[in-house]
Design a protein around this ligand. Structure first.
Ligand code: 15L
Length: 267
């Protein structure tokens, strides 16, 4: 399998490149800028995902894509539109035209961030984005479903929590994913014979998690890391953060309180 990783220069891309290297000897990596730590044996092709011709070049000859590229937090609409709406559409369209078999799409918890923390949600809930960024991730999931249902692309959307070596605060105790566990989910998306269109939650084994990840488990996902092992550290970090009464009600945290219209919002 010849794999393409977009957004390969970002934090998650940098970690996944290293973790997937042993599993896939042929990996093409792409980003708008060259990764600072590019190794001599890595195949790098620069591309701006908003430019379809450039996306055609990076998808040519590829079997499976790990699509991390785009803008990874909330931003102005022009930025989100260019990177995550146009860029994401271009990626799926070029993948299909190039005969790529599989796409693993880095969706985000922010596609469903306005669910309250007290509610356990599965992958069948209506999207409740908490930001323009979250809307763009819901859009990406929808484009993935279209190309799967209409054109037979095998698509896995991973609603990623927070990728890090350890959970950073109380919210992250519920949504944390260790990079090794994310690599396990990506490999399921790239290899499992029964994938057509699936949504997984990108979380490790988190006792205080808000997501029912039985769909990922059904495909063999067995997270190896537990956020509870870092509880004391995460709570110590939490105590240094300013209070955020709106953010603390919802799964998306600060993405929910950002620009929140307290006088008008019903959420
Ligand atoms: C995300 O989707 C972002 O890409 C990441 O930077 C974090 O903000 C994460 O969500 C989170 O919710 O902590």
């Amino acid at each position: 399998m010849h794999i393409l990783i977009t957004g390969a220069a970002g934090d998650v891309g940098t970690r996944l490149r290293k973790l997937l290297k042993g599993a896939y000897p042929r990996i093409r990596i792409s980003d708008i800028r060259k990764p600072a730590d590019l190794a001599a044996d890595e195949e790098f092709v620069a591309a701006d995902l908003a430019d379809y011709r450039q996306v055609e070049k990076i998808t040519a000859g590829i079997d499976g894509i790990v699509h991390l590229g785009g803008y990874s937090v909330e931003g102005p609409w022009d930025t989100i539109h260019k990177s995550n709406i146009v860029g994401c559409y271009n990626l799926f369209e070029a993948a299909y035209r190039a005969g790529v078999k599989r796409v693993v799409f880095a969706s985000s918890n922010h596609a469903v961030g306005f669910y309250p923390r007290g509610q356990k949600i599965g992958v069948d809930v209506t999207v409740r984005p908490d930001s323009r960024y979250g809307v763009s991730k819901a859009f990406g999931e929808a484009v993935g479903a279209l190309y799967s249902d209409k054109h037979g692309l095998r698509v896995t959307c991973v609603r990623i929590g927070n990728v890090n070596d350890k959970p950073l605060d109380r919210r992250r105790l519920s949504i944390w994913i260790k990079p090794e566990d994310l690599a396990q989910l990506v490999r399921i998306g790239l290899e499992h014979p029964d994938i057509n269109f699936e949504i997984f939650y990108g979380s490790s084994d988190n006792a205080t998690g808000w997501w029912d990840n039985s769909n990922a488990r059904r495909f063999g996902y067995r997270p190896q890391f537990r956020s509870e092992d870092f509880r004391a550290e995460a709570l110590a970090e939490q105590s240094k953060l300013p209070a955020d009464p709106i953010g603390e009600r919802f799964q998306g945290g600060p993405f929910c309180s950002d620009e929140y219209d307290a006088d008008r919002a019903k959420a």
